[in-house]
Design a protein around this ligand. Sequence first.
Ligand SMILES: *Cc1c(COP(=O)(O)O)cnc(C)c1O
Length: 389
Amino acid sequence: MSSSDNATRRAGAILTVDLGAIAANWRGLRDAGRAASRPVDCAAVLKADAYGCGATVVGPRLAAEGCRQFFVAHLEEGIALREAMPEHPIYVLNGLLAGTEADFVEHDLTPVLNHLGQLNVWRAAAQRYNRPLDAVIHVDTGMHRLGFDAEEAQVLINERGRLRGLRLALLMSHLVASEEPNNAVNGEQLSRFRNFVRAMPGAPTSLANSSGIFLGPDYHFDLLRPGAALYGINPLPGRDNPMLPVVTLQARILQTRRIDAFQTVGYGGAWRSARPSRVATIALGYGDGYFRVLINRTYVHLAGHRAPVIGRISMDLVTIDVTEVPEALCETGAVVEVLGPHMTPDDLADHARTNGYEVMTALGRRYARVYVDPPEPEPDPEPGPEIAP
Ligand SMILES: *Cc1c(COP(=O)(O)O)cnc(C)c1O
């Protein structure tokens, strides 16, 4: 038995990640870029451990698929990814903190420079190392979070010598509300970004995150930067999800009991049975990213039978009402679908009043992780995701 079999056998909950689906999602997004009149490349955003899916597994899989550029948020994420992927450019979105230049150089990571101060630190490093260093420039077009503000961007345009010693790998900006196609801020950011890149000719350019890709070819520039959509999160809220689902989360039943009517379940007695009931306790909790706010608000599924989550979410346990579920499905050790065909991360997010991003990035560290990479389905009659922005 392999160590991964052992991990699965011992685990209270099992997270299955479909690498083939991530690869198919990446290809679909890349092909959406190819619809433009000029070549558009597609990167992959692997921050927060590839949205909970495992950056050091997802990165090499996408590299094998043809993905050539990768983004992370933190320097440490970049260092870990570099071990798994010796060759491809890795951009660190959170930028460069003074004192970490040597770490960037040693691990061949490219900082996303967010203001003039960071640019100066990186230029000085290039001088010390006496060789050109790659840099990405992030210009703020309306997010007001990270990036060169308008004034600093103008300094860069007027004084190109400030980039001497650096090789501009990318000019980028980030959209505020790309999932709202009718929001006027998209067009405003587009025109600000266009003005900036026109004034800084020669470097590749990037604006679109997952939802931004669906705003159409005007937003594609040279490089797409999807994260969420790769992992199956719907880039088109309120419309049909064009992406393939990626994660399944199963938790084991630890115990099932019968209770009388008018009994409470769990901490604080927050749920009370209206009738004689059967209650199953499953092996995950808020310590695994199953939010406490989900109390009395969501469901799990047993072979397609819906079972309401009842009572307070504990650190390590969740209780479910299985009164309506056949008893044979509720024995100790049976697995319950927490995320899967009946409950996507976006569905659970709706119940938790959050978004699929938070559900995914909260996925716990105690799950046994199983990676599957099924072969491509036959092209007909079931094609991959059709993505026409
Ligand atoms: C997270 C992030 C992305 C990816 O965004 P998604 O909405 O997950 O596709 C792209 N660019 C930047 C700067 C980001 O921070």
